[in-house]
Design a protein around this ligand. Structure first.
Ligand code: ATP
Ligand code: MG
Length: 471
């Protein structure tokens, strides 16, 4: 069991949650910033509007007591502070504040006001010892600045507002985080669970339990992984089965000759044998079975060697027609004995590159079959044709043929059409599987066509050396 904190799901979870928290914090600070700016901007316009509205009541001339009272009344009814300041020489008019007109506005601002423009301000104001947002509008008579209306709001109140906003924000964020964590955890669990399934399955497979299948629930990488895992488990299973079957076949093939050998030797040892002639017969049978065992073991060795690459082949150029004729010599007695009609038609040109010993093995297996599975009196045709890049050896017989249902399997290891009969024929079903392997190792190809009771055609195609070398 992996440490919880080291698990993939925890790492993903941590990454996602960190990302969520970071983006929430970022969004929060950004919104704080914009909110503040927007709010302050709006405040300024509001203040200007408010002051301008008041300013509309000013009819010119000296600022009247009436006007001042109006502004004061407005001040008392409003959130913002509003006051009117008249001509600098009338300092007493600045009440309720003892303000010097000149220090309240800068020269620059005074100029703006004289031009009839409103002034907006933001920042610390010495006069009030506060951070403020303010708007000033001029009261102009002709081209004389008779006074100003000054309105402001302390920024503290904005901060309070922002704090309120922050509190609401935090509550929303907290709720959001809880929901986000909940769904992230759930989603990750769903995402990770197939990986856990695969892990469990992998353990089962390593324990030899092959028919386990992981459910493929998605088409993403994890789904593909699950599918790949299933394929792997299947092929391991198949390979295991094949090995098991192979071993069973080997044991089965060994058992028969061994039991013969044991039976006959026991008979001789027990003195059951009546005379020398019978003893000789028994010994011959023992020798035959021993030979069969020897062949079988040889075949098995070959197969296992061929399975482990690189398989060594000692390739040399071979004049194929001559080579075939040489191999056929040893079949003369048996062909005569079985009264088979052998027709040979070999193109002398093809030169192949192959391992002589292995080529001999290929030919022997094919000829053995043709002779073995053809009734006496039948005929066998051997032709060799040269093509542009390869040559084609065709061995046709008029034997008992192979049933269609068996045809796809005859080149499998230990496959025999008639298992019962082959015991007398001496075949173990390995011949063609070895031929196929060897032909392929020499870059060739083998095909078998057959019709039951009519005959079989074995076609071997092998690459040849180029024309220029042939001539
Ligand atoms: P081995 O060759 O190992 O001694 P085998 O001849 O039984 O044994 P293969 O040569 O691999 O094995 O052939 C497999 C099976 O295919 C044979 O048992 C036989 O039934 C069938 N077969 C092969 N060649 C022919 C043929 N020319 N005519 C009819 N059947 C054939
Ligand atoms: Mg054979």
């Amino acid at each position: 069991m992996i440490n919880k904190w080291r698990s993939l799901s925890f790492k993903l979870w941590l990454t996602i949650i960190t990302a969520i928290i970071l983006s929430v914090l970022f969004a929060y600070s950004l919104s704080q910033y914009y909110y503040k700016n927007l709010y302050v901007e709006k405040l300024k316009t509001d203040l200007v509007n408010e002051a301008s509205l008041l300013g509309e009541d000013y009819t010119g001339g000296e600022i009247s007591e009436d006007f001042k009272q109006k502004v004061e009344w407005f001040n008392s009814k409003n959130d913002s502070e509003v006051f009117v300041v008249s001509n600098p020489r009338e300092l007493s008019a600045c009440l309720p504040f003892e303000i010097n007109y000149d220090t309240l506005i800068s020269e620059e601002e005074r100029q703006m006001l004289l031009d009839g423009k409103a002034v907006e301000k933001e920042g610390y104001e010495k006069r009030f010892e506060k951070n403020i947002v303010a708007a000033i509008i001029p009261l102009i008579d002709g081209n004389r600045l008779e006074g100003i209306i000054y309105t402001y709001i302390p920024v503290d109140s904005i901060t309070v507002l922002l704090k309120e906003f922050a509190a609401k924000w935090m509550a929303a964020v907290l709720l959001f985080l809880i929901v986000a964590i909940f769904f992230t955890t759930k989603w990750l669990k769903k995402l990770i669970s197939p990986i856990k399934d695969i892990e469990t399955a992998a353990h089962r497979v390593s324990e030899g339990n092959y028919d386990i299948q992981v459910q493929v629930r998605s088409h993403d990488e994890i789904g593909k992984l699950a599918k790949a895992f299933n394929d792997m488990a299947n092929s391991i299973h198949l390979e295991e089965e094949r090995k098991k079957e192979f071993l069973e076949n080997v044991a089965h093939e060994l058992r028969t000759p061994l039991s013969y050998v044991r039976g006959y030797t026991q008979a001789i040892l027990d003195g059951v044998v009546k005379n020398d002639e019978e003893e000789r017969k028994y010994l011959q049978l023992i020798s035959r079975e021993a030979l069969r065992l020897q062949r079988l073991v040889g075949d098995l060795m070959d197969l296992s060697k061929m399975d482990s690459d690189p398989f060594m082949l000692f390739k040399t150029p071979i004049a194929f027609a001559q080579f075939i004729e040489d191999v056929l010599v040893i079949y003369e007695p048996i062909i005569k004995e079985k009264q088979l009609d052998l027709k040979i038609n070999l193109d002398p040109d093809p030169i192949i590159i192959g391992d002589e010993g292995r080529m001999e093995q290929i030919l022997h297996n094919i000829f053995d079959n043709a002779i073995q599975y053809t009734e006496p009196g039948g005929s066998i045709n051997i032709t060799l044709i040269q093509h542009k890049e390869n040559c084609e050896l065709v061995v046709t017989d008029t034997g008992n043929g192979i049933p269609e249902a068996d045809l796809p399997y005859v080149m499998n290891r230990f496959y025999r059409v008639n298992k019962a009969r082959s015991r007398f024929d001496g075949g173990s079903g390995l011949g063609l599987s070895i031929v196929k392997k060897l032909v392929e190792l020499q870059n060739g190809n083998i095909e078998i066509e057959s019709k039951e009771k009519i005959g079989t055609k074995v076609r071997v195609v092998l690459p040849i050396i180029g024309e220029e070398l042939n001539s």
